[in-house]
Design a protein. Structure first.
Length: 312
């Protein structure tokens, strides 16, 4: 990363913000270490666990057990085997595609499995201190190219802007430079390299068919939001005519969005959009019966009998 390279990002209002990222020097490293030490002490004072105690804590809280450890080990082994299959080649292209998609699924399972463990690691004393140190480095190394001054003059100034999209980009640029992170990590995964090489995915690594339509893993057409779609005509499909598109379910049946009796929207088959009337024994439509409210009961007025006080 060149210190004078100018990057761009957007603020929350959509305005372009330009910045450069300075390579951390001895002074920045020293200042960030001071922040690390303070954050580490504060985290311990607040009861944060040390990393070396996390594994015991997770087992005590049933967040990690022998079954999950076995899943972890099995997934690592499976991912390695599938990667080697793609690297070696020598199998049918259709089979290789299935291997790549299977590799994708297993990698996603692996990520889900370790997500909770990673979140706990970030909450450890060391994790909190690491995060504080990195944020300080972002503050000290993000430069305004026009004024040549720091974009953030203080920690409070940085905190007030840390949610801005361009600041997130700045942090990514610094992280990539400091830790050798690959900005094209996803594209360089073995399965994605294979799928891209043989045009099974687009530039965003989304599955496509031979005509360039977005698909799911089973080859069914989908739109940008992932809903199943179809085209009225082959010509419309070939030309990707948006006016020819309609929604379908998993079985390929046309569906429409309707509002049910509760006022909620739901997708139903086109044939069920409107319910047909039921028939009587002569096959004539029966008018829909409305729910009649029971009439309130009226009390009869009764006249009390007069009793003769003298009678016995």
């Amino acid at each position: 990363m060149k210190d004078k390279e100018i990057f761009e990002g957007e603020d929350l209002d959509g305005n372009i913000v330009k910045f450069t990222i300075k390579t951390p020097g001895a002074e920045e490293i020293k200042k960030s270490q001071v922040v690390y030490n303070k954050a580490f002490k504060d985290a311990l004072d607040d009861g944060a666990l040390l990393r070396q105690k996390l594994n015991s804590y997770m087992r005590d809280q049933n967040l990690w057990d022998d079954d999950k450890q076995k899943q972890y080990d099995d997934l690592v082994e499976k991912i390695s085997e599938l990667e080697e299959l793609l690297q070696a080649g020598g199998i049918r292209l259709t089979s290789a595609k299935e291997v790549a998609l299977d590799l994708r699924k297993n990698r996603e399972k692996f990520r889900s499995l370790i997500a909770e463990r990673n979140s706990l690691d970030a909450a450890s004393a060391e994790g909190q201190a690491d995060n504080a140190r990195f944020e300080e480095l972002v503050r000290l190394c993000t430069i305004n190219p026009e004024t040549k001054n720091l974009w953030f003059s203080s920690k409070a100034d940085y905190n007030a802007s840390s949610g801005q999209p361009w600041v997130v980009v700045a942090a990514e640029k610094l992280g990539n430079a400091m830790y050798g992170l690959d900005p094209n990590y996803e594209k360089n995964l073995e399965e994605n390299k294979f799928l891209k090489e043989f045009n099974f995915v687009d530039e965003e690594l989304r599955l496509i068919n031979d005509e360039g339509h977005l698909t799911d893993a089973d080859g069914r057409l989908i739109n940008e939001e992932g809903r199943f779609i179809a085209y009225r005509t082959e010509k419309g499909k070939k030309e990707k005519d948006p006016d020819q598109v309609y929604f379908v379910n998993r079985e390929g049946e046309e569906v429409v969005l309707v509002t049910n009796k509760d006022g909620d929207e739901e997708w139903v088959k086109l044939s069920l959009k409107e319910r047909k009337p039921f028939l009587d024994e002569q096959d004539k439509p029966i008018a829909e019966k409305s729910e009649e409210k029971p009439k309130p009961k009226t009390r009869r007025k009764t006249t009390a009998k007069k009793t003769d006080a003298k009678s016995t």
